[in-house]
Write a protein that binds this ligand. Structure first.
Ligand SMILES: C[S@@+](CC[C@H](N)C(=O)[O-])C[C@H]1O[C@@H](n2cnc3c(N)ncnc32)[C@H](O)[C@@H]1O
Length: 459
């Protein structure tokens, strides 16, 4: 049996041994095993057998041969690789050829790499870009790469944007990443969110978690049309994007809703809110990160399947809806998450670490919550998880649709700050009354403000 140790030994003993070991193999698995375990190639390595393998009938063998040829760097024969590229049908092998040529860092390969920029496969274009970016501040390279900002593929555009345009467009944030404005800290404003946000500076909040009003499902959420409703939410989340710090998160809790039928001669209408809202968020600079499903016990939801249970006729199937969505977005940035995390001091990072028992998958089983005053509150447990997983201690958490104040209460309990807006006086007063009863926002001053008062302190 061929072992890794044996391959290593043969490789150092002399290259002819490896070449004959490969030619003695009759099964593809063994050839690949040898090629995958060759590791670094010694100085005196004779690669001839690798070039013969470029004609092997199995793509995986050709791929492994290209990978090993790539290790030869400037000593590898580019013409053989280009020959294979022209006749190759396997995209993985083609990508590896481009990567291999790029890794050579040879100025003489530039024109080949320029050619690959025309390929239809965006991954090949990205490999060629990678290979070209090593020629830093090279005018010719820049002239070929900059125009790719208009490339049809989004991955290509992102790489080019980061490389050539991000720095030019970078606005210097007024506040350090971890800090926010005093007038927003633990503040609840009784106003239309869009009015209140006019007084909120760019890049003020670290996390937004919210459950928007459901389309025409409750008395506080009446809109002239579904389109008007989506456009209203679009504006709210566009503004939220503006006030969100670079690379931070927005989590939106929604679910499809049903508007009951007008009469027996009509059908009820179902609106897929999370799916319809999604394109508006992405269009406005929110990068989609995750979908989390909030799963409720079946006994807690409205019975829809009852009719079907009686008649059992296909097409009339209507399952009970036991789920809601938590759609997770990040404010688009070319900075990695590590950049965000590095802004915090070690103590904050340590103290914000999520304890054992966290959710390991995207289906969270949580009982719904009911309240005597507000008919659509989300459970503290749901809020707790979101705040713990997506913010650090001391961060400002925003809820544009504050409701009964679950986000405020939970943020405070988790040593975060909060900023809420709520339009309805009855819910605003409800939050205030709970503050008085010392149960919602606990001891430390929460500011309950009218829009006018808020505008004044914002100045
Ligand atoms: C689904 S509830 C949020 C409940 C909240 N998550 C809680 O746990 O209590 C949506 C809230 O948004 C409020 N709202 C609707 N339109 C608003 C607007 N334009 N500005 C501010 N709040 C608004 C409603 O009054 C309602 O209380």
């Amino acid at each position: 049996m061929i072992t890794k140790e044996y391959i290593r030994e043969l490789k150092h003993r002399g290259n002819g041994d490896i070449s004959s070991l490969v030619s003695n193999q009759h099964d593809v698995g063994s050839i690949n095993f040898i090629l995958e375990n060759l590791g670094q190639l010694p100085e005196n390595f004779n690669p001839d057998f690798l070039y013969s393998l470029l004609n092997h009938q199995h793509a995986q063998v050709r791929l492994n041969a290209v990978k090993n040829i790539g290790k030869l760097n400037e000593k590898s024969d580019v013409n053989s690789l280009i020959g294979l590229y022209k006749r190759e049908i396997d995209t993985t092998v083609k990508r590896e050829i481009v990567s291999s040529i790029g890794r050579q860092r040879q100025s003489t390969n530039k024109s080949l790499l320029f050619g690959f920029l025309e390929d239809d496969d965006p991954k090949i274009v990205c490999q060629a870009i990678r290979g070209l970016l090593v020629f830093e501040s090279n005018k010719e390279v820049e002239e070929h790469l900059r125009p790719l900002i208009n490339h049809p593929n989004e991955m290509v555009r992102t790489v080019i944007y980061k490389e050539y345009f991000a720095k030019e467009n970078q606005k210097q944030s007024v506040l350090p990443h971890t800090e926010t404005y005093d007038f927003l800290k633990n503040t609840v404003v009784n106003a239309d969110v869009l009015e209140a946000l006019k007084s909120v500076p760019d890049e003020s909040v670290h996390l937004t978690f919210t459950s928007p009003p459901y389309y025409n499902a409750r008395d506080y959420s009446i809109y002239p049309s579904y389109q008007a409703y989506l456009e209203f939410l679009e504006t709210v989340f566009k503004e939220t994007h503006r006030i969100t710090k670079e690379g931070r998160f927005l989590i939106v809790n929604t679910s499809p809703i049903i508007i009951p039928r007008v009469s027996r001669s009509h059908s009820s209408k179902r609106y897929g809110i999370p799916f319809d809202l999604h394109p508006y968020l992405v269009k406005n600079g929110w990068e989609f990160i995750d979908d989390i499903v909030w799963l409720k016990p079946e006994a807690s939801v409205k019975n829809r399947v009852g009719g079907f249970m009686q008649h059992r006729k296909p097409l009339g199937y209507k399952p009970n809806s036991v789920t809601e969505y938590l759609m997770v977005y990040r404010k688009s940035t070319e900075k990695l998450l590590d950049w965000n995390i590095r802004n915090y001091d070690c103590k904050t990072v340590e103290e914000s670490k999520v304890a054992d028992g966290y959710e390991t998958n995207n289906v969270w089983k949580i009982d719904p919550c009911f309240d005597k005053v507000h008919s659509a509150i989300f459970p503290v447990e749901l809020c707790k998880r979101v705040i713990q997983y997506y913010s650090y201690k001391g961060d400002l958490v925003f809820d544009p649709f504050g409701g009964s104040g679950t986000v405020g209460k939970t943020a405070k309990a988790l040593e975060r700050l909060f900023f809420l807006t709520e339009q309805e006086p009855k819910y605003f007063e409800y939050m205030q009354s709970k503050q008085k009863a010392q149960s919602v926002f606990k001891e430390r001053a929460t500011r309950f403000l009218t829009l006018e008062q808020f505008k004044k302190i914002a100045k």
